[in-house]
Design a protein around this ligand. Structure first.
Ligand code: BEZ
Ligand code: FE
Length: 311
């Protein structure tokens, strides 16, 4: 017996479906949003509803074919499968779509004069060696010598003694130590310094070079399909922490890198481009135990008080 025959036989009238019970293209957003129950968390519901609204608008505008939809599913599956403790393909995807920089910038709006932030990237490790000020973090001896120094200060210019300055960068060949285990010395080009009583820090290193982000995976396929450059302009990473201040994650970029205006992850801000002056002073070079000439970047870090953002 069919179900309608069974209903007729039982004498039960057909129940009218509740409004929004069935899916339609026109009401797709309302139907999906309407399924959450009374116990849904307020923030979770807001995030999911907003995502559904924009995702459905994207699908209605782009109208992917069934094949394209399946390709999208395969792409996301592969992105997940490529992610592990050492590689985070989803963060890389967020990076090349400009999402990381958008989230980052919206969460760290700065008042004029405070040092701007940028992406953390996948090559930060928290347990780098701690060094005294002036130490050389370039353990492979490659690249042009550089002295980076400056002060960590408040927006009013007061020193912040004891601030921790973590730095890391790629080597002359464009790779981080963690990408070349057994090729570069462990902990090459990374270290943690402590601001002195006047807020000063200093370290010796190598002039950074541009390098490509990992592009042998699903994100690389996106870059290739869109004829996009995989390079990041030459930079040196900083993470600066001090009690009472927002943690600052930033870079300084070299001013002469050809990729400054085409960063694969959109991390460049004008205020983060530093001067790396060529110093031709053999006596000073000898004092610093650097070859002559060397480059010098003077980079002050202006921290943001953590209380400012309490809303
Ligand atoms: C980095 O600067 O280390 C980086 C940032 C985003 C993606 C890949 C690398
Ligand atoms: Fe980097």
């Amino acid at each position: 017996m069919t179900s309608s025959a069974a209903r007729k036989a039982s004498g039960k009238p057909r129940r009218k479906p509740a409004a929004g019970a069935f899916f339609s293209v026109r009401d797709s957003v309302k139907v999906v949003q309407g399924r959450s129950g009374p116990k849904a968390g307020k923030r979770a519901k807001f995030l999911a509803d907003t995502l559904v609204k924009h995702l459905h608008a994207f699908i209605k505008e782009a109208r992917p074919s069934m094949d394209e939809w399946m390709q999208g599913i395969h792409f996301l599956t592969r992105t997940g499968q490529l992610s592990n403790d050492w590689r985070q393909e989803f963060i890389l995807l967020s990076d090349v779509l400009g999402v990381s920089m958008l989230v980052e910038s919206l969460n760290h709006e700065k008042l004029s004069g405070e040092t701007e932030s940028t992406v953390l990237g996948p090559f930060y490790i928290p347990d780098a060696p701690r060094y005294p000020n002036g130490a050389n973090i370039c353990l492979d001896g490659k690249g042009e010598p550089v002295l980076v120094r400056g002060r960590v200060v408040t927006a009013k210019g007061k020193p912040i003694p004891g601030a921790l300055i973590e730095v890391w960068q790629a080597n002359e060949d464009g790779f981080y130590d963690v990408q070349q285990k057994g090729i570069q010395p462990d902990m090459n080009l990374r270290g943690i310094f402590t601001a002195d009583a006047q807020g000063r820090y200093a370290f010796r290193s190598a002039y950074p070079r541009h390098y490509p982000i990992p592009y042998d995976g699903s994100v690389g396929d996106v870059l290739k399909a869109l004829d996009r450059n995989p390079n990041r302009p030459a930079h040196l990473h900083f993470k600066v922490t001090a009690p009472g201040y927002e943690t600052l994650v930033t870079h300084i970029f070299t001013p002469d890198c050809p990729w400054l205006e085409d960063d694969a992850v959109f991390g460049v801000k004008q205020s983060l481009i530093a001067d790396f002056t060529i110093v031709n002073d053999p006596a000073r070079a000898a004092e610093l135990d650097l070859p002559s000439p060397f480059r010098e970047a003077v980079w002050d870090v202006v921290m943001t008080k953590s209380s400012r953002r309490q809303r």
